[in-house]
Design a protein around this ligand. Sequence first.
Ligand code: SAM
Length: 347
Amino acid sequence: MNCNYQDLRSSHPLQACWDLQLGGLGADALRVALEYGVFDQLRQFTSARHTAEALALDQQATSYLLELLWCQGLLERNEQQPALYRNLPTAERHLRAEADDYCGDALLFRHQVLRQTGSQLGDYLRSGMATPSASPQAIARSWANAARLQIAQEQRAVTTELACALIERLPECAQLERVLDLGGGPGLVAIALAERLPNLTGVVFEYPEAAAVADDNIQRAGLGERLQALGGDLNHDDIGSGFDLIWCSSVLHFVDNLPAMLRRLHAALRPGGLLVCCQAEVPSERDAAAQVLPYYLHMRLQGRHVLAEGEMAHLLQGAGFSAVQQLNGLRFPVTPVNAVIARRPQG
Ligand SMILES: C[S@@+](CC[C@H](N)C(=O)[O-])C[C@H]1O[C@@H](n2cnc3c(N)ncnc32)[C@H](O)[C@@H]1O
């Protein structure tokens, strides 16, 4: 009898499909844990029974959920009977409602967008791309709500750190005096930059209701003398001029006419000024593309600008920018982004 079972251990070709299907359940486990405040109970090693009692949940189902979260890498398990679970650092820092860098609302919002996109995919295939059904006022209002909650959480936990690290490494950093944070949501990037660079003044440009959110944050940070929140529609309204730096992250997806907007950004810089544009582009390499494509499917189906890798740099050159540099794969909320740093030529 042949006692070598190795051939029976290689995975079946269908395993790739079965693995794909697991993604949805993992996402639901995270959603439920956030909605029920499970991570709030797990600062110390705790049993499923204690967790279930504290949250008035079923004990057996809670033990299965904790096991799932453990094997997903969010909890650690102390191997005793009964098993005890505790938050791993990511859960402790970002998934506990009381944590400074809590991102639960942002994650729940993303979950909802992804699930909705998945459930509507068949409709899109049959009927074609969506035309925005919400009114411009409703779109602006939902951005203001996002500025209060999920964008603020992501800026606090992820975006400001990356933005400051990137800008502090620019050779021009010490000379920067006037910044435009275009489509800056709650304005935390402009605030963090102003806190680090004492000579910096500037503007957060946003839809009026989101600009009011940014203004609250600016006043709370005691920066009302140096930063202004300016409300308007960046497709039509004056965004100001004479800037040394324009920071623009994940905004240009939404503009009506991208080449025209890039020419306006060029005109808004003083000669020698810098545009730092951070946004996802679709990588040509498969594994990198797999990180980007699912998250941006809903935007592509809505006809937003989701560019291929290198396309933004090319468009910026066409708009008159020079010394265009590109940094790929920077860590950012949801998917890695490419930063394109471009200069308005002197004179
Ligand atoms: C995905 S969010 C990015 C926010 C911020 N830049 C960041 O990276 O955290 C896009 C932002 O662009 C703003 N925005 C989109 N279209 C706009 C328009 N036509 N006028 C003004 N702001 C706009 C939205 O209100 C929203 O805050």
